[in-house]
Design a protein around this ligand. Structure first.
Ligand code: HEM
Length: 420
């Protein structure tokens, strides 16, 4: 069922994964994935606007295919976009993605480029940012106190904290925040008309161009005067002893600025909603700082902001009784994998003391999220600052979801609270 406002209910069709109204609503999305996982876990999708592909909804399939990176490639088709958009990108940029970022590459190039920032994102490097992230988290909780007793938690906090963190580690000025916010949302907002620059499916081209214009200046400046920020690492990186190719470098800036922003915002916004709905878990976390890392990762499992990535088979394989042929595309649905009862005890129960290692929201294998430690630190620092100061918290209106099938999350979460 595809009504634009109501929660959708079974029976579903495999192509419903492309319906932003179903995917842009947490309850409908999980109803769809539970249905597909139990009735047709490896399902074939045909849709007039998209090239066909397989849906993978079981934990084991998503993990196995997602981490067999030499046989199931990222480059040929990385995310699901309408064919018209793929065609426009091909004509303008010479490839179907428009960009050439880490997520769009395969070995051996992928490993070489990932090495450029690997050190920067290791836990021991990210740990050094903890004081700064805690200070930024405190800034936003203080802002909630000042502006209380109500706010739109997504618009006023969840969207802005990860943005500030990313702008800060890139070494950009705070004045860059509105531009980065707008471009990231336009890039990942996908099918949501409220975030799109225009209804034209090729509008994404202009977004890539704007990012490019902005970062071209940053690169020139950091080449002239390198500092110790991430922008300087990217601007001056050598690959095989040579400066990075221009498209690769631009794409690296864009992925770093955008991949860590909407995703982490969605985890904080969706995490807040989950805690409001599970007050006993909120109280547990408030009283148990030792749970910080675990709890943050459970919230990320729960929200699974990146809905999917796509892989292309280089050989025939049988999955769930279906024959996947060489050249076929497979969509890995992370929210479905993260709620698979074969992998998680009571998967629809939020359990902040759950073993967090297993979850797949960051993917698995050689493309596993480069920013996972940073994202977890942000979620953990924010709630560690908020929870002990919280005296009351409730919803102050209906949450609204972004209508997207790639990076999903809340657009709005009105809350009422009392904070110390
Ligand atoms: C890749 C999820 C935050 C940077 C990925 C992938 C997923 C993911 C699913 C793709 C894995 C694949 O193709 O197998 C998330 C989630 C986040 C988050 C759920 C927040 C809760 C961040 C942050 C950054 C970041 C904070 C850093 C600034 C990247 C990069 C890649 C990536 C650069 C490409 C890695 C590669 O292909 O080698 N992320 N991410 N992400 N993420 Fe994240």
């Amino acid at each position: 069922m595809t009504d634009n406002t109501a929660t959708a209910t079974p029976p579903f069709h495999p192509a419903d994964v492309l319906n932003p109204h179903i995917m842009g609503d947490e309850v409908s999305m999980h109803a769809l994935f539970d249905y597909l996982r139990s009735t047709d876990p490896v399902s074939w999708v045909e849709h007039p606007d998209y090239r066909s592909f397989w849906n993978l909804t079981r934990y084991d399939d998503v993990k196995t295919i997602g981490s067999a990176n030499d046989e199931f490639l990222s480059a040929p088709r990385t995310v699901l976009v309408p064919e018209a958009m793929e065609q426009a990108l091909l004509e303008t940029f010479g490839n179907k993605n428009g960009l050439e970022t880490l997520i769009h590459m395969d070995r051996p190039k992928h490993l070489k480029l990932r090495k450029v920032t690997r050190e920067w994102f290791l836990p021991r490097s990210i740990d050094k940012l903890e004081a700064e992230v805690r200070a930024l988290a405190k800034e936003f909780v203080d802002k909630m106190v000042e502006e209380g007793p109500e706010c739109d938690f997504v618009r006023d906090v969840a969207l802005l904290l990860p943005l500030r963190v990313i702008v800060s580690i890139l070494g950009l000025p705070r004045e860059a925040e509105p531009t980065m916010l707008k471009l990231t949302q336009e890039m990942f907002g996908g099918q949501d008309p409220s975030l799109q620059r225009s209804e034209d499916p090729t509008a994404g081209l202009a977004v890539i161009q704007d990012f490019t214009d902005y970062f071209t200046e940053v690169i020139a400046e950091r080449k002239r005067q390198p500092t110790d920020d991430l922008a300087s690492v990217l601007a001056n990186a050598l690959v095989d002893g040579e400066p990075m190719d221009t498209l690769d470098q631009m794409s690296y800036f864009i992925i770093t600025a955008s991949a860590g922003h909407d995703t982490t915002s969605a985890a904080i916004g969706g995490g807040m909603k989950a805690l409001i709905e599970h007050p006993e878990q909120l109280a547990l976390w408030r009283d148990r700082p030792d749970l910080d890392d675990r709890a943050a990762r459970e919230l990320i499992r729960w929200v699974a902001p990146v809905r999917h990535m796509v892989r292309t088979a280089t050989r025939e394989v049988t999955l769930g009784g279906k024959t996947i042929r060489e050249g076929d595309n497979l969509a890995l649905w992370y929210p479905a994998a993260n709620r698979d009862p074969a992998a998680f005890d009571a998967p629809h129960r939020l359990d902040l003391s759950r073993d967090p290692k297993q979850q797949l929201a960051f993917g698995y294998g050689s493309h596993m999220c480069l920013g996972q430690h940073l994202a977890t630190l942000e979620v953990s620092c924010f709630f560690r600052e908020l929870l002990p100061r919280l005296e009351e918290l409730e919803l102050a209106g209906d949450p609204e979801w972004v209508k997207a099938i790639f990076v999903g999350g809340l657009r709005s979460l009105p809350v009422r609270y009392r904070l110390r």
